[in-house]
Write a protein that binds this ligand. Structure first.
Ligand code: AHM
Ligand code: MG
Length: 376
């Protein structure tokens, strides 16, 4: 067999090979490629290793955060496995209880809540827990108490459970600075005081996105290893996106700036192309797409629900924290979302978050409305 090779000078060299030597060459190439793949597989950055690395940068660190996180990770793995088996194990359907927002709880919501509460308490690193599913906060007994407060929605997007659409867990973490008796004030703090936030998406793959205040990293669960592996290092949201995400069924009750913004997305007047609409109805899925592809996610207040639907502590704050850390913005229609000071643990707020430039546009519309349209 004759093989022609282009040299770096542009000349063509012809080499004579026998069929057996070609076969040998291919085998060697395959072995080399396989070893290269092995080399990648043998240096896995698991989430625990990643957080331990981060922790080693702070000499005063005692490893408490790493322990807390490993318990959150365990909760996510458990819920992921339960979500995957939901139909088989008859976990879907109503559990026959109603939660504090007057919504019917699903079996999976109940299970996920129990799993996270138990995992967090048993970590020995928490003092107050606020869950979407519990009317009152959980105060951890003194013998198992640590210095972190965790606010979380154990299974967000519950209307999507029964039809197999992506759902997720959202969490935010505050740290107590001294050893006082924990009280509600320790969690009724602005989102900018969080020390970490994240979500776990139970979708086509199971992805955990985390920020400890120094950027955003994404980890994908390798089911064969049972480990979250770093797959999306140092995530940055595109500065501007081509997607808007909102429940347009609420349009008749929107205020002027939201209505005007969505109109602009569909009928731009500056010569740009219209944006695409994508809306899953699971905040974790909609925010994850916004983080990766850019664009804007809106859950505005409206005439019917002036404060919108999403809860400040465990939906708005963690997502706003992540989006800001990735270079985007999160706005309530009035102020930066992370500056809100919640008065109640289940308080709600309108939220507009996503790519920096897209959020800038809606901020301008609200500012114009505030000035009586003078700046429009
Ligand atoms: P939930 O916590 O009861 O699941 O509700 C929160 C969810 C979010 O995931 C999502 O962004 C929103 O509700 C969707 O609401 P709607 O169905 O009104 O569009
Ligand atoms: Mg929720």
């Amino acid at each position: 067999m004759c093989v022609y090779i282009y040299t770096h000078c542009g000349f063509i060299t012809s080499l004579e090979f026998s069929t057996s030597s070609i076969f040998l060459l291919l085998v060697l190439l395959w072995i080399a490629m396989d070893h290269a793949a092995d080399a990648q597989r043998t240096d896995l950055m698991t989430i625990t290793r990643f957080v331990l690395n981060e922790q080693s940068k702070y000499s005063e660190s005692r490893g408490d955060f790493t322990i807390l996180l490993s318990h959150i990770v365990l909760g996510c793995k458990f819920v992921c496995s339960a979500v995957n088996k939901a139909g088989l194990a008859k976990l879907i359907g109503l559990a026959g209880e109603t939660n504090v927002q007057g919504e019917e709880q699903k079996k999976l919501d109940v299970l996920s809540n129990e799993v996270f509460i138990k995992a967090l308490v048993s970590s020995g690193r928490t003092c107050i827990l606020v869950s979407e599913e519990d009317e009152e906060p959980t105060y951890v007994e003194p013998s198992r108490r640590g210095r972190y407060s965790v606010v979380f929605d154990p299974l967000d997007g519950s209307s999507n459970i029964d039809c197999g659409v992506s759902i997720g867990t959202i969490f935010g973490i505050y740290q107590l600075n001294d050893s006082h008796e924990p009280n509600l004030e320790d969690v009724l703090q602005p989102g900018k005081n969080m020390v970490a936030a994240g979500y776990c998406l139970y979708g086509s793959s199971c992805t955990l996105v985390l920020s400890t205040g120094t950027g955003v990293n994404g980890f994908t669960l390798d089911p064969s290893l049972g480990e979250f592996i770093l797959t999306h290092p140092d995530l940055k949201i595109p500065k501007k996106g081509k997607i808007y995400s909102v429940n347009e069924g609420n349009a008749k009750n929107w205020d002027g700036p939201t209505a005007k913004y969505v109109e602009k997305c569909k009928f731009p007047t500056d010569g740009s192309s219209p944006k695409s609409l994508r809306y899953v109805g699971s905040m974790v899925a909609d925010v994850h797409r916004t983080l990766l592809y850019g664009g804007i996610f809106l859950y505005p207040g409206d005439k019917k629900s002036p404060n919108g639907k999403l809860r400040v502590l465990y939906e708005v704050f963690p997502m706003a924290f992540l989006i800001e850390e990735a270079g985007g913005q999160a706005f309530t229609g009035k102020i930066r979302a992370l500056d809100l000071v919640p008065k109640k643990i289940h308080e709600r707020s309108p939220i507009f978050l996503g790519s920096y430039d897209d959020v800038e546009e809606i901020k301008a519309l609200y500012a114009a409305a505030e000035n009586g349209g003078r700046n429009e």
